[in-house]
Write a protein that binds this ligand. Sequence first.
Ligand SMILES: Cc1cc2nc3c(=O)[nH]c(=O)nc-3n(C[C@H](O)[C@H](O)[C@H](O)COP(=O)(O)O)c2cc1C
Length: 342
Amino acid sequence: MAEDRINLVGLAPEFTLPSAAGGAVSLRELRGSYVVLHFFPRAGTPAWAEEARAFQALLPEFTSLGARLVGIAPDSPSTLARFAAGGGLTLLSDPDRAVARAYCVVTPAGRVQRATFLLDRAGSVRWAWRRGKAAGHAEEVLVTLRALQAADEAINPLIRARRAYRALSGEPVAREALERLVEAAHLAPSCFNNQPWRFVIAEGETLDRVKGALSGGNYWAKRAPAILALASHRDLDCKLSDGRDYFLFGCGMATGLLMIQATQMGLVAHPIAGYDPPAVKEALGIPEEYILIALIVIGKRGEASTLSDKHRAIELGPRERKPLSAVVAWNKFGDPNETEGI
Ligand SMILES: Cc1cc2nc3c(=O)[nH]c(=O)nc-3n(C[C@H](O)[C@H](O)[C@H](O)COP(=O)(O)O)c2cc1C
């Protein structure tokens, strides 16, 4: 493995470490802030002093971008406290190097390497530097943070990338991947945490029976290697006295998360309403009193040539949406003339 390769991506490993300022700091507490996590072998060396001074000098800029600066070294909290140059930097003690090891910055000889990880507000590692030169490093981290922050203010790339694609390759999707989609859905919020969603994953002969119950316009879904049925019942979630039943809302949110997870995994997850509900319910053993809210067609993307002319145009065309002004108003409900189609 190359020494300077970024080999830690995704959620940053959690830790709780004693602080030079007294008490302990957990990474979890810093969620909501960017975190510049700097590992170094020992406080008080010339390289450490240069870097600490540079970060300290740029502290107002880092703070204005909502970042916290955290240094981690094997030194004891009291040793770190002697070098805590003027506050602003949170120095944490990792004497047995367990955290450094979790971040893959310990050499086989047991030495902590200089390395910096830039974590986003959700706690994911978005950038990493290993053993860079001390000179100019703080500036480089700041420039990267500025770019990251600007990117994070835009629409989430997975939300932008998700589409209700129809062209499927027919390639199988592993059971673990299907389970992970449901796991993502299951992390959705729900009224009183009632979790009203019930999924049935159809495969094999059962999948063929479900496919037989699709409406003609959903011919494309016959290439799907898996179809998920989403069913629920109003008694499974909050029912408020003014008629607000929340089970459909909860199931919708779960489906939203499932689709985002699918997009991240390079899968299509396309919800459909066009099917014969009694036939699908019978094929899947879903009790009559349940509502079969949607089928979610899962697969990998395939050739647009398998689609009808109309669907091919949609598949390859731009995303269509009403103007934002038709769905949102400030302070007063929107002009009904502008919310046509309701
Ligand atoms: C509840 C629901 C039912 C849908 N039913 C169908 C369907 O039966 N067949 C189909 O091809 N697409 C269906 N869609 C997909 C929508 O047509 C699609 O999401 C919409 O045109 C917007 O396109 P986009 O998701 O690519 O942005 C359905 C979507 C939802 C949320």
